[in-house]
Write a protein that binds this ligand. Structure first.
Ligand code: GLN
Length: 537
């Protein structure tokens, strides 16, 4: 039977609950346990797929094609858990499910209420995830902050869970903020006391407190928190600001959080350390030998979370190559207005990420042209590949005003377009090409050298495709189509002849990159960027 850890957050949002959850997963996994992690999101959307990145940040795509919260990205980067549609549930999904059953007559005669029907549905989904993943430990992160109206049904289900499953099988961890007030020169525990108080009103008594703090917590502060919050002193865990998020498992391990959890569950597990993680990830991330600047040209640049997995993958590529990656975030509209030179001079690599809609496209195209003409390593992802195709069509093949039908439905040269079968689709949610698809890599390509095998599986999230009508012309002009989805003959990878590293893909390699196992395209992109940098010295 699985054991369950529920992680709630208090005081303020953005304390890093996702990273804390993933780190707890990591330290338990290192003890030989199989873990999985879930995110419960209180919003009414069925999934974040239809949300603007400004609202939500990145939409993380799982292997089975679910569009999920970006915290699932942290879970997969820190642990071996492979998440799926069962690992992210939203209020919208729960209500949708209950109302569909009600219409079907499954509850005939009853009044459907938040308690017990909604809370039962939540509990059922959590148990389903445990069953599907066959995990020893299911870590359930509850979105939002304690005290929010909308997360109440999730917290109520969380409370009931211990009653249903038994005390020893459920553990509650509360992540809170212990602020340092400069003017008073003091650390304050009151917000934590209040937050735990609110949790207790709901009936949840936390077993462990993880305290986010700028300053170290003295023993007396820990004792005070312990006394007022009714948590053992050793279970008051300090979580200071760190230089690399990948340090957090080590921070927790040092405070024997794994032992505290295992003793609550009465589990005896093999002893373990995180030496490899420390050596191959943390110490390399903290002591880079080289430095490199990579430009990311996108349109949600000011938002920290919009390209989360891409930024992390660049860091992973840097860790592998002993380099600190400086990410220069460039708004494509700025390049559109002022040209690329001013922004791209001095960078050693250009990455154009995925996206939707016409805004900023012309700037991305200009950035790609600059990288192509100046031999700067280039990596295009999804929309980034589509823009590379448009750029090549316009400037190399002479197809004036070539475009994607997403941006110009009447273009004379629709080099990117919808497949005929997609024209019938009217719903926007969940109707893209989503999740992992096989891609066959051609012999003699750079992609084959990078991946080292001819069949790969990468994750997708897009509607539009390369228009095969133009393949022959493009090939003649020096573009290579090196990766194909065989069943439908769709273009997955393009490369440029006579360029050190110009590669673009219709999929999202960033969703499968880990700090100790960087996605091959990022690993080699950073390597090529370092070579480019050296060649200029
Ligand atoms: N807008 C493009 C499409 O739908 C690209 C999507 C993406 O980059 N994720 O095909």
């Amino acid at each position: 039977m699985s054991k369950y850890i529920f992680i709630t957050g208090g005081v303020i949002s953005s304390l890093g609950k996702g990273i804390a959850s993933a780190s707890i997963g990591k330290i338990l996994e290192s003890r030989g346990l199989k873990v999985t992690l879930m995110k419960l999101d209180p919003y009414i959307n069925v999934d974040p797929g239809t949300m603007n990145p400004y609202q939500h940040g990145e939409v993380y795509v799982t292997e089975d094609g679910a569009e999920t919260d970006l915290d699932l990205g942290h879970y997969e980067r820190f642990t071996n858990a492979q998440t799926s549609k069962y690992n992210n549930i939203t209020t919208g999904q729960i209500y949708n499910w209950v109302i569909t059953k009600e219409r079907h007559g499954d509850y005939l005669g009853k009044t459907i209420q938040v308690i017990p029907h909604i809370t039962d549905a939540i509990k059922e989904k959590i148990k389903k995830c445990a069953e599907v993943s066959k995990a020893d430990i299911v870590i359930v992160e509850i979105g939002g902050t304690v005290g929010d109206i909308e997360s109440l049904p999730f917290l109520e289900a969380t409370r009931q869970f211990r009653l249903d499953m038994g005390y020893d099988n459920v553990l509650y961890i509360h992540l809170t903020l212990v602020p340092y007030i400069k003017a008073a020169g003091e650390i304050k525990t009151k917000p934590t006391q209040h937050s735990v108080g609110t949790l207790r009103e709901i009936g949840i008594i936390p077993d462990v407190l993880v305290c986010r703090t700028e300053k170290p917590l003295s023993d007396s502060v820990k004792e005070k928190i312990s006394l007022f919050c009714n948590v053992r002193t050793e279970a008051v865990i300090e979580s200071p600001d760190v230089d690399s998020i990948y340090q957090i498992p080590l921070v927790f391990k040092k405070q024997i959080l794994d032992e505290i959890i295992l003793s609550h569950f009465k589990l005896i597990c093999k002893f373990s350390d995180l030496k490899e993680w420390e050596r191959n990830v943390v110490s390399k991330a903290l002591n880079p030998k080289k430095g490199i600047t990579i430009a990311v040209v996108g349109k949600y640049i000011e938002l920290q979370d919009a390209y989360k997995s891409i930024y992390e993958s660049l860091i992973h590529g840097g860790i592998y190559n002993d380099a600190k990656v400086e990410i220069k975030k460039i708004d494509s509209e700025d390049i559109q207005k002022k040209g690329p030179e001013e922004f791209l001079k001095g960078v050693s690599g250009v990455l154009v990420p995925g996206g939707f809609g016409y805004r900023g496209i012309e700037g991305k195209i200009k950035a790609i042209q600059f990288a192509r003409e100046n031999n700067i390593p280039f990596l295009g992802l999804c929309l980034g590949m589509q823009c590379a195709v448009i750029e090549f069509a316009r400037h190399v093949c002479g197809l004036k005003n070539a475009n994607s039908t997403e941006f110009d439905p009447k273009t004379k040269y629709p080099v990117i377009s919808l497949l005929a079968e997609q024209n019938k689709i009217s719903d926007l949610g969940g109707t893209m090409r989503l999740g992992a698809y096989p891609c066959k890599i051609k012999k003699g390509s750079l992609a084959l050298t990078i991946y080292g095998r001819t069949l790969i599986y990468e994750r997708h999230r897009h509607r539009y495709e390369f228009n095969n009508k133009y393949r022959k012309l493009f090939e003649r002009k020096g573009l290579k189509f090196c990766g194909i989805y065989p069943k439908k003959n769709l273009v997955e990878i393009i490369e440029l002849k006579n360029h050190p590293y110009f590669i673009a893909v219709q999929f999202h390699p960033e969703f499968k990159s880990k700090p100790d196992k960087p996605a091959p395209l990022f690993r080699e992109f950073i390597k090529a960027a370092l070579e480019f940098q050296n060649s200029g010295e």
